[in-house]
Design a protein around this ligand. Structure first.
Ligand SMILES: *Cc1c(COP(=O)(O)O)cnc(C)c1O
Length: 229
C-alpha cells in the first residue's frame, strides 16, 4: 500500500470515528509521526496534504526540517527533551508535546524568540503509574500547568499521553478518558483554557478519538515500519 493510500484510509477512519462518537467534523488533527522515516516519505505526505509532522530526536528533526524546507509544515516535538536541545527546539518547532519539568519549560520560554508566536506546549502525563519516567503524575499536573501558563513565550495548549496498550478497546478508552477529565479539571481549577488532548497512535486512535483526542500522532499506519534513526 502506498503512503498516499494509507493517508486516505486513516483520514477516512478519523472522519468516520468523529461522526460515530458525535465529535465535530475536522476536530481531530492528524499529526504524522515521522521519526525514522526517510525524507522522501515526508515529501510524499506533505504532497498529500499532511502539514503537521512530529519528530522525536532533535538532530534528526533539524536535518529533515532543513531538507524539507517547507514553510507550510508545522513541526511538533514529541520525544524526550534534553536540556541542551531546548534552544534548537524553541527555534525550529511550533509545538512541543512533551513538557515534563519546570526547568525545560523555563528554558524553552527563555529561548523562544520575540519574533515568533508563543510556542504551543502540552504537558506529558503518565496516566498509569509505570516504571517509565516519561511524563508527570496526574497529581503533579496542576502545579506545572500553573507555572507553564505564566510564561509569556509559551502557550499552554493541553495534555499529552502515551499509555500502554490495554487488553481491549473499552479499557483503552477508559484510560484515555482520564486525560480528558484531567484537562477539564485543571481548566476549572486554575481558570485555564487548554483545548488540546494529544493522544492516540496507530493502535488506539479510535478509542482516543472517542475519549476526546484533538491530535492523533500516527506513524506506522501511514509509513509502515520505521528504520532506526
Ligand atoms: C512513534 C510515536 C508515535 C507514533 O506511533 P505509531 O505506533 O507508529 O503510530 C506517536 N507518538 C509518539 C510520542 C511516538 O514516539
Amino acid at each position: 500500500m502506498s503512503i498516499k493510500y494509507k493517508i486516505k484510509l486513516i483520514t477516512e477512519l478519523i472522519a468516520q470515528t468523529e461522526e460515530a462518537y458525535s465529535r465535530a467534523p475536522d476536530s481531530v488533527l492528524l499529526l504524522a509521526a515521522t521519526k525514522g522515516q526517510p525524507i522522501d516519505a515526508l515529501i510524499e505526505a506533505s504532497k498529500e496534504g499532511l502539514k503537521n509532522f512530529g519528530e522525536n530526536y532533535f538532530q534528526e528533526a533539524q536535518r529533515k526540517i532543513k531538507q524539507l524546507a517547507d514553510p507550510t509544515v508545522t513541526w511538533h516535538f514529541i520525544g524526550p527533551i534534553q536540556s541542551n536541545k531546548t534552544k534548537g527546539i524553541a527555534e525550529l518547532f511550533g509545538w512541543v508535546h512533551t513538557i515534563n519539568r519546570n526547568k525545560i519549560a523555563q528554558q524553552l520560554n527563555e529561548y523562544r524568540s520575540n519574533h515568533l508566536p508563543p510556542l504551543n506546549v502540552c504537558l506529558q502525563i503518565n496516566l498509569i503509574d509505570e516504571e517509565t519516567k516519561a511524563g508527570i503524575k496526574p497529581e503533579e499536573a496542576a502545579e506545572l500547568a500553573f507555572t507553564v501558563s505564566q510564561f509569556p513565550h509559551l502557550k499552554l495548549r493541553g495534555l499529552m499521553t502515551i499509555p500502554p496498550l490495554q487488553q481491549n478497546e473499552e479499557e483503552q478508552y477508559h484510560v484515555l478518558s482520564k486525560l480528558n477529565h484531567l484537562m477539564q479539571e485543571l481548566n476549572q481549577q486554575l481558570g485555564l483554557s487548554m483545548d488540546t488532548l494529544s493522544m492516540g497512535m496507530s493502535d488506539d486512535l479510535v478509542p482516543a478519538i472517542k475519549a476526546g483526542s484533538t491530535i492523533v500522532r500516527i506513524g506506522r499506519a501511514i509509513f509502515g515500519e520505521r528504520n532506526a534513526h
